[in-house]
Design a protein around this ligand. Structure first.
Ligand SMILES: Nc1ncnc2c1ncn2[C@@H]1O[C@H](COP(=O)(O)OP(=O)(O)OP(=O)(O)O)[C@@H](O)[C@H]1O
Ligand SMILES: [Mg+2]
Length: 235
């Protein structure tokens, strides 16, 4: 599988080096990966995700996207706008806009014509089971529905990569399962690569690849299904 994003020896420190959020991490995301990043609070999961998409610059090390080192904010801003979709725990929808407008806004600066924007919004609403909600406002929706709107917005510019930081952190278990099913469907559809940060072991278990962080370091990186836990103890 070809590499979509690669971190080479990335270190990220805060507070004049007193806090080491990422400690010499080398890590790559292959095209088509469906990765769950887990680890204790403060272990560097969000930092890893932010470095992966240029929201944070590594203090040391470099990040490659599609095989090329990305340097500078302008290049990252362009990559994020054109290639990366974001989903966060707290949705970040604009309450004064309708659901349809919240999705459309992602395309406003991408040169998509008004007609194509309308068509894409309609397709996304349909795909995410939100067709009846387009004219409503975010505060009229449940948490699970709001997160689906956020996912529709993340998909609007047809990204290569979706990054999600605790996307189910504010949701009940049923809505969480819906959101993960949805992300899984998108990734199985082919072109999209998904990286999710999660505290939830069940969600991590659904991922094709699980990366665990402790104290800013990757302590395990496993592919494939989780081995079944034996239910009987042999005498
Ligand atoms: N902007 C910042 N300024 C100072 N310290 C920071 C900053 N961002 C993160 N840190 C510190 O870096 C470390 C890693 O933080 P990070 O947010 O990546 O952890 P996390 O694994 O996402 O935690 P959580 O599960 O609580 O979200 C923590 O010690 C945190 O306090
Ligand atoms: Mg975090």
């Amino acid at each position: 599988m070809s590499r979509l994003v690669e971190l080479r020896n990335c270190r990220r420190v805060y507070d004049n080096g007193r806090i080491i959020a990422l400690d010499d991490v080398s890590f790559s995301v292959a095209r088509g990966d469906f990765i769950g990043i887990t680890g204790p609070s403060g272990s560097g999961k969000s930092t890893l995700l932010d470095v992966l998409c240029g929201l944070e610059e590594p203090s040391v090390g470099e990040v490659l996207f599609d095989g090329e080192v990305v340097r500078g904010r302008a290049d990252w801003a362009r990559l994020r706008a054109e290639r990366i979709g974001f989903v966060f725990q707290s949705f970040y929808l604009i309450p004064s806009l309708t659901v349809a407008e919240n999705i459309e806004i992602a395309m406003l600066w991408q040169g998509v014509s008004a007609r194509d924007r309308r068509d894409r919004v309609a397709q996304l609403l349909e795909r995410l089971g939100l067709s009846a909600r387009g004219r409503q406002h975010p505060l009229q929706l449940s948490g699970g529905e709001r997160q689906r709107v956020a996912i529709a917005r993340a998909l609007a510019n047809r990204p290569t990569l979706i990054v999600a930081d605790e996307p189910t952190g504010s949701l009940d278990s049923r809505s969480s399962a819906d959101i993960i099913n949805l992300l899984e469907e998108l990734q199985h559809g082919g072109e999209i690569t998904v990286v999710i940060v999660t505290h939830d072991k069940e969600i991590a278990a659904r991922c094709d690849r699980r990366v665990e962080l402790v104290d800013g370091r990757i302590v395990s990186d496993l592919r494939g299904p989780i081995p079944a836990v034996p239910t009987e103890v042999c005498a």
